[in-house]
Ligand binder design. Sequence first.
Ligand SMILES: Nc1ncnc2c1ncn2[C@@H]1O[C@H](COP(=O)(O)OP(=O)(O)OP(=O)(O)O)[C@@H](O)[C@H]1O
Ligand SMILES: [Mg+2]
Length: 257
Amino acid sequence: MSMHSLRDQPFLVEVRLLRDKVPSWDQYPIDLPVTRSLETIAFHPRVTFFIGENGTGKSTLLEAMAVGLRFNPEGGSRNFRFSTRASHSQLDRFLRLSRSARRMRDGFFFRAESYYNLATEIEKLDAEEAAGPPIIGAYGGRSLHEQSHGQSFLALFSHRLRGDGLYLVDEPEAALSPNRQLALLSIIHDLVGKGSQFIIATHSPLIMAYPNAWIYLLLDDKIERVEYTDTEHFALTRAFLNDHRRMLRRLLDDEAL
Ligand SMILES: Nc1ncnc2c1ncn2[C@@H]1O[C@H](COP(=O)(O)OP(=O)(O)OP(=O)(O)O)[C@@H](O)[C@H]1O
Ligand SMILES: [Mg+2]
């Protein structure tokens, strides 16, 4: 096998739910829509998106995958072992993650929900006596708490992620202006060019537009692969921006608008 074709392989090939290992189907997290309908999800070698309504289980699935890959459930690289609240589900016990022969040089689990805790952990570790250089150096050098939410997000993405790695990302749009979401797209593209693979849960019609990706839509009774322009996110955003007054009139039931 040539180096080129190895580099084209995903780190993470697929995730499968070991259905015969599941003891009971009526308890969290197995009772979630995502697990009830999960058989196998194959990952794109570059970027895979999970989309779907609030509460379908995107974060639960991503977190279980992160735990299965030995990432810290609250976010970070494999070196982080902090946990402010041991709330992660046991779903990882029923998942089989298939990896290729490619070796990961980098990895990160990024989640908007507990990003604050990650920033605190970095400060704490850097305040302790340590042999190596300060950890914050890898994040651009400036405390993540002393930057705005969005600035510190982008600092992490542009400084800490080195490429040739697997990145699990939950709702990166949470802190980003539309303009910065586009900036994130180009950072992702850059890291993809350096051999990275992303698995991203998102609601953002801008972020899920990344080309050369697979989008999985999580529904109540199934998981299906969809084209970007067939998503509700795309259709709804387009309809709104095409004629926002008309949509607001209908939505708010106010002819004066
Ligand atoms: N510890 C728990 N016990 C029981 N149910 C839980 C627990 N944690 C989360 N849930 C439920 O699991 C469901 C899925 O949550 P999850 O955060 O995975 O959804 P999501 O698809 O990421 O949603 P969103 O788009 O809002 O981020 C939610 O209905 C949530 O209330
Ligand atoms: Mg979520």
